[in-house]
Design a protein around this ligand. Structure first.
Ligand code: NAI
Ligand code: CS2
Length: 492
């Protein structure tokens, strides 16, 4: 085992970035780029204050106890790892609901930090559902109880959009220039979607504030890529063999990519020197990654889970899944992409299969399967929409969609029960209860989900029949045969 260990930089002392969503990915991606930048330049303007708006306060308190230092183990493979000590986070805050049922333990501190003129950038990884947007239309879910609470009490916000609106209201009132908002979640056009969530919520509260936000606040988009699985007991045990005992550690692949629209009116770190690609338009990169990488991940997640396969590595170790991903990426996703001439999509597809086969990552399919209603529009359904219009192959997406529909029943094909983790879980499970064994009615009901299905996809009788045929193949013959039967289907 080759282990390289890199110590943290000195404290910056100045916090220039606030992050919302202190999760594994933030600690393994944005914070690592900043750590490398500070180590190399000594620039002391860009310390990070990271806040958790959900989940427990345990990670926040554990980071505080550790002096905000934690470790990132970057595995090239099971024999080569770089362990970095990260010191870029200099403050950790919790604004969610505590064990006592109270919300907002550190909300005042977070809002003060956001109102501080030294804070010039806010980054977010709050998951696709954290923006409270209709996945298909991009409209704010104003009827959601969390959004309703922020409308009723704007000065004690609980959601990411609510916190951003209140912080920007305070800056506007104080004559302080706004910070730049940089979304780092897996959504298409993620900067504009964040802008819409914030502006639509502000509009309900104060139209003039919404106008000011739309005119003065920068919301650049970014494409983020690094596979960062949720930690397992085996991961902590593996780190212990490397001499790292750290409850806040994260494990990830060595690969990392960040493509960012260069629109930071109040300035930014010189990320370019750390391998961050600064561009005018991130869309080609973001669309390619969401459809090729994340679309493949979701195929594995639902079809693998139905077959009781546990991890990405386990699934891609099986030839049928490898063949499925190759066909999906090269014959369904790639033809929908408009990428720079220098990008070889076949080579990109091969690189993704190699990354999925990293034998040191235990990336659970159940984690990827989470929040399918928020993920599938940008991962598969846009692919299907374009291919249906062009008369191209849609068999892989049809099989994946059939897998997702069956997955939302909450049992594997062998009948083992699991929890469906999705903001729409209750509604999706109810469709199964309502339609029972009438699979044609069930598939028809899923095609009627306006928040998920684009109109042209929902109206395609050919595609609906393809999904129904795939659903029957899965439930009557199993995942392996259903994948094998794809070979009998080709582009029409
Ligand atoms: P995680 O589970 O470690 O962290 C999720 C974070 O989101 C937590 O801080 C949680 O409190 C917060 N959150 C969840 N629901 C929320 C809500 N409704 N409002 C506000 N905050 C909420 O997950 P991880 O790995 O950090 O991933 C987070 C996001 O990062 C993903 O959803 C994705 O958009 C992006 N990402 C993740 C990658 C990965 O491989 N883990 C890679 C590329 C992007
Ligand atoms: C995964 C992503 O959980 C999921 O939905 O597909 O988090 C994936 O690991 C990252 O986008 C890789 O960059």
């Amino acid at each position: 085992m080759s282990v390289q260990t890199i110590k943290a930089s000195q404290r910056a002392g100045h916090i220039g970035i606030v992050h919302l969503g202190l999760g594994a990915f933030h600690r393994a991606h944005q914070a690592v780029y900043l750590e490398r930048y500070r180590c190399r330049t000594g620039d002391d303007q860009w310390g990070v204050s990271s806040a958790n708006l959900r989940r427990g306060a345990s990670l926040v308190d554990s980071l505080i106890d550790a002096g905000f230092l934690y470790h990132v183990a970057e595995y090239r493979d099971s024999d080569n790892v770089t362990v970095r000590e990260i010191g870029a986070i200099e403050e950790a805050l919790f604004t969610g609901q505590g064990a006592d049922g109270q919300w907002g333990r550190d909300l005042a501190a977070l809002l003060d930090r956001l109102a501080n003129v030294e804070t010039r950038i806010v980054t977010l990884t709050v998951t696709e559902k954290g923006y409270f947007l209709n996945p298909a239309s991009g409209e704010l879910l104003q009827s959601d109880p969390m959004i309703q609470a922020d409308i009723a009490a704007p000065q004690t916000p609980r959601t990411a959009p609510g916190i951003l609106v209140e912080a920007l209201r305070r800056r506007r009132a104080a004559g302080t220039p706004p910070f730049t908002v940089l979304c780092c979640d897996n959504m298409p056009d993620n900067g504009e979607r964040t802008r819409q969530a914030v502006a639509q919520l502000a509009q309900v509260q104060e139209a003039a504030l919404a106008d000011w936000i739309l005119e003065h606040v920068a919301f650049p988009s970014s494409m983020v890529d690094r596979i960062v699985p949720a930690m397992t007991e085996q991961d902590f045990a593996a780190l212990k063999t490397l001499g790292v005992e750290d409850a806040n550690a994260v494990v990830c692949e060595a690969f990392s990519q960040w493509v960012v629209e260069d629109h930071f009116p109040e300035g930014r770190p010189v990320w370019d020197t750390e391998g961050v690609t600064m561009v005018a338009d991130v869309a080609p990169f973001e669309t390619m990654k969401l459809r090729m990488l994340n679309g493949s991940h979701s195929l594995l997640a639902y079809l693998g889970s139905l077959a009781e396969i546990e991890t990405v590595f386990d699934a891609v170790s099986q030839a049928p899944f490898q063949a499925l991903l190759s066909r999906y990426m090269n014959e369904e996703a790639a033809p929908t992409l408009e990428t720079p001439a220098e990008i070889d999509l076949n080579a990109y597809a091969d690189s993704l299969l190699a990354r999925f086969a990293n034998d040191s990552l235990r990336h659970k399919l159940q984690q990827i399967a989470m929040d399918g209603s928020q993920k599938l529009p940008q991962r598969w359904l846009q692919v299907a929409e374009i291919n249906l219009a062009a008369g191209r192959d849609t068999a892989c997406v049809a099989l994946g969609l059939a897998g997702w529909i069956r997955y939302t029943a909450g049992t594997t094909l062998a009948g083992r029960a699991f929890r469906v983790d999705d903001p729409m879980a209750e509604r999706l499970t109810a469709l199964h209860h309502r339609h029972g064994d009438d699979v044609a009615a069930l598939v028809d009901a899923f095609f009627g989900l306006e928040a998920v299905m684009p109109d042209t996809v929902a109206q395609s009788e050919r595609f609906k029949q393809q999904v129904l045929d795939a659903y029957r193949a899965l439930t009557e013959r199993g995942v392996g045969p259903a994948i094998a039967e794809l070979a009998t289907q080709s582009a029409r």
